[in-house]
Ligand binder design. Structure first.
Ligand code: 5CA
Length: 444
């Protein structure tokens, strides 16, 4: 992609309305554009990153056997009246009337709709467990949307739902998602820690938030530092191993502020291991038994002929929020250098030729290199403008491809000036460069 033809509207300076670095960078480099309070358009650069995150989230859902569906954004109020949440949800729910004067709403979450889908088709324990997910826009009329796409009104979420015959089986499903979340966030190069959390309007009595540490995060967290050393993503998809995995985390005190108890914290965590900080909630999982299946009458036949309400859980990941969360974790604000993890980078490498007017040598060379890289499935962005070198570097540093090739006067023969952002420049040939990048990509 040539920068001159791309739709990447870069601003010279940080926009003053942005208070945190992810919001600053996203506006600065034209990843998003606000359309009204808490509602954004996603421009090519931002959209590309979000789609890559979505794909990783999808693959990790598929890997634990969750089936993808797609539910609509607009729902009927009827099912929400059945569950009792139509009144409870309050002003965060955007309520709409259609031309027949029917009460509709823009879905803030989908427990009711998926329960309705489930009960219309599944009648027997023999068809359980059922694990379903979708990736869809949600709307919550947040009282104070802020920090760009971090807390907005319209956002993109992966939400999954599990249906099981008993509490024991339901916990097995819960634990599968627990593992899958560890894997998902690792592929995004994030350290997300699971913390015991409150269930809020979703309900239930078992819940974990997955939080990444960031000073700008909105969740206050209290944790035992040793939780960062737990490594569990290689766990087998078996009941016992998954139970052990959760225990490995749960032995360390780790909670959000709603669950915080000073006395307990000080008793369970020695002073040197205590960490009070802030974080960004990137995922949240819930177990709530028959909270929805009972009022909505979603039951299955049991082996002995009896019937029981199906046991449910729900599992969310903030796909659009993750774009901001990755920036919070990876953007060096002082030096204005972004380095996307290769798994979600909008481009793998930027090619920066030093172009003198009327001399196309460097650009010709860039085109040849580009051709070879793209042949090897490496996604490139070339700065084909005749701006000066330092402004080209500044721009590419903001766009954030993790690798760069600079084609300058010194470039002769096969050796190219290549660097991984944040590391020393090396002089190596194109074959080596392709190897390095593809090796890195294969890891994900
Ligand atoms: N139904 C459940 C699980 S599927 C649910 O809705 N959970 S949630 O309320 O915790 O939302 C899931 C995830 O969506 C959160 O962890 C967060 O990452 C993201 N999210 C929630 N509200 C917003 C918002 N206003 N802006 C951006 N992302 C949000």
């Amino acid at each position: 992609m040539y920068i001159s033809k791309s739709f990447i509207p870069i601003l010279k300076n940080n926009p003053s309305e942005a208070k945190i670095k992810s919001h600053q960078l996203m506006l600065r480099v034209g990843m998003i554009k606000q359309s009204s309070a808490g509602i954004y358009s996603w421009l090519p650069l931002g959209f590309k990153v979000m789609k890559k995150i979505e794909q990783i989230v999808r693959e990790e859902q598929n890997n634990i056997g969750v089936q993808e569906i797609l539910m609509p954004t607009i729902q009927s109020s009827e099912i929400w009246k059945e569950s009792g949440r139509y009144e409870d949800y309050g002003e965060e729910m955007l309520r709409i009337k259609d031309r027949q004067n029917r009460e509709m709403l823009y879905g803030p979450t989908n427990e009711e709709l998926v329960t309705d889908i489930f009960r219309s088709a599944i009648k027997s324990y023999k068809s359980l467990p059922q694990l379903l997910y979708h990736i869809q826009w949600k709307f919550r009329d947040e009282i104070r949307p802020r920090f760009g796409i971090m807390r907005c009104r319209e956002f993109y979420m992966k939400d999954a739902y599990s249906f099981d015959v008993s509490d024991e089986e339901a916990l097995f499903s819960y634990n599968k998602f627990f593992l899958s979340y560890l894997k998902t966030f690792k592929r995004l190069d994030l350290t997300a820690i699971p913390m015991a959390a409150d269930t809020g309007p979703i309900g239930g009595n078992l819940s974990h938030e997955f939080v990444i540490l960031a000073e700008t995060g909105e969740s206050k967290i209290f944790t035992d530092k040793r939780i960062f050393d737990v490594n569990g993503d290689q766990t087998k998809l078996e009941k016992k191993s998954l139970e052990d995995l959760r225990k490995k985390y749960e032995i360390f005190y780790s909670v959000t502020d709603e669950k915080f108890n000073k006395e307990e914290f000080e008793k369970k965590v020695s002073e040197e291991n205590r960490l009070k900080t802030k974080g960004i909630e990137v995922g949240h999982i819930f177990y709530f038994g028959d909270k929805y299946s009972k009022p909505m009458n979603a039951s299955v036949d049991l082996p002995g002929g009896k019937k029981d309400f199906v046991k449910m859980g729900s599992y969310g990941i903030g796909v659009s929020r993750l774009v901001g969360a990755i920036i919070e974790a990876k953007y060096d604000e002082k030096n204005e250098i972004m380095k996307w993890p290769i798994s979600v980078a909008p481009y793998d490498i930027s090619i920066i030729p030093m172009i003198n007017k009327n001399d196309t040598t460097a650009l010709d060379k860039a085109n040849k290199i580009n051709f070879e890289l793209e042949k090897n499935n490496i996604d490139t962005i070339i700065d084909d403008t005749d701006e000066n070198f330092s402004s080209k570097i500044k721009k590419m540093n903001l766009i954030g491809a993790p690798y760069q090739i600079i084609i300058g006067k010194q470039t002769d023969g096969d050796l190219l000036e290549f660097k991984e952002v944040g590391k020393e420049t090396q002089k190596i040939n194109l074959t080596e460069i392709i190897k390095i990048i593809n090796k890195q990509k294969a890891k994900n």
